[in-house]
Design a binder for this molecule. Structure first.
Ligand SMILES: O=C(O)CCC(=O)C(=O)O
Ligand SMILES: [Fe+2]
Length: 356
């Protein structure tokens, strides 16, 4: 077994950004959002008080605290979905209107062509700092700091294949992660559970209906990468992945992908080997600013994030969907992805089940 790194000398295939519409809003549109650095290096702005803990009581308290602080500072608390998402640009709530159908059609065309579609400025520029702050507080307080070796298939290799086979190609993944059960009543959950977003994703993916993934740990995640770290090549467990870039890094941290690398259970190991040996000629890369929503087929597209450069952590929310309402990951898979905390939850449940 050997350890490889995400190659960085990509040949740019094409950008998959939705080309029509107004130019991307950036976090500087209404004054620069203070960069927030999670982990041991952080700015003062990351130390905002507030708690988005696990229990519902803690979440309620956190919401009350936020409202109280907003009232005291005379800044309105962002209640309305239209305060969070740019609904003028992306009229998701007007399902089946001419504008909605035209947007879905544009996204479908981009998705068909590129295997991925970006909606820049999806989060309103004036709400971005709140999203980044909320995410960084959660990550700072509860984030699982992982550093483990894994293959692109999220395991530790396939002993039935030779050690040089791409299925045995180990990558070191270093990130900070927050699982679904650690995300309380937050702005990001409000977006995830907003049904018109699920319906829009179904429309773009050409599915009659989609469901938010039912897995208690995987459904909605936050993931942060500090300087020097990226997300090595992998496939997702669920069919449809949507990411929301809450805070872009100063440089690096590019989302890169190769569509159609897995079909059912068949993995294109030939191209995978070429890629792992340094041939990036068929890799798609896409430039995204904070607030961009991205739709792609996480189960079929091999994808990665290149290492982050600079002091600003890259923070992403990962929103997962499936065609079946009961899509969950295996206990083994979750224990591997989320580490000792989740392992202990499963262990405790097993022990409790044995008690009469
Ligand atoms: O951060 C991103 O852009 C991609 C995240 C991702 O692929 C994942 O968490 O599985
Ligand atoms: Fe992924």
């Amino acid at each position: 077994m050997w350890v490889a790194h995400v190659p960085v000398n990509w040949t740019k295939v094409r950008s998959a950004t939705l080309s029509s519409g107004t130019p991307a809003a950036s976090s500087t549109a209404s004054g620069p959002a203070a960069p927030i650095v999670v982990g041991h290096v952080r700015t003062a702005s990351a130390a905002q008080p507030g708690e988005w803990g696990r229990s519902p009581a803690e979440s309620l308290l956190a919401t009350a605290e936020l409202r109280y602080r907003a009232a005291m500072s005379s800044e309105p608390f962002m209640d309305e979905i239209g305060d969070l998402i740019d609904l003028e640009r992306y009229p998701l709530e007007r399902t089946d209107s001419q504008e909605w159908l035209a947007l879905v059609e544009r996204c479908r065309a981009a998705h068909r062509e590129d295997g991925c579609v970006n909606l820049p400025g999806f989060v309103r520029a004036d709400a971005l700092a709140d999203f980044a702050r909320e995410a960084s507080v959660l990550i700072e307080r509860h984030g699982y700091r992982k550093s483990h070796l894994r293959t692109a298939l999220f395991n530790q290799g396939d002993p039935s294949k030779p050690s040089g086979h791409p299925a045995n190609h180990l990558f070191r993944e270093k990130s900070l992660q927050i699982a679904n059960d650690q995300i309380g009543d937050t702005l990001i959950r409000r977006i995830y559970e907003w049904q018109p977003l699920t319906d829009f994703v179904a429309g773009v993916e050409g599915c009659e209906r989609l469901y938010r993934m039912a897995d208690e740990f995987q459904a909605l995640n936050l993931i942060a990468h500090e300087t020097g770290n990226g997300l090595p090549w992998h496939f997702d467990v669920n069919n449809f992945t949507v990411t929301l870039l809450l805070q872009a890094s100063e440089a690096g941290g590019e989302f890169v992908f190769v569509p159609g690398m897995r079909c059912g259970r068949d993995v294109d190991f030939v191209r995978m080997e070429q890629l792992f040996e340094g041939d990036g000629s068929f890799v798609h890369t896409t430039h995204r600013s904070s607030g961009t929503l991205t739709l792609f087929r996480g189960r079929n597209a091999l994808h990665a994030v290149t290492p982050v450069e600079g002091h600003t952590s890259r923070i992403t929310a990962v929103l997962t969907y499936d065609e079946k309402p009961d899509c969950v990951a295996s206990e083994r898979g979750n224990a591997f992805v989320y580490g000792p905390r989740v392992e202990a939850i499963y262990r405790e449940r097993r022990e409790r089940a044995r008690i009469p």
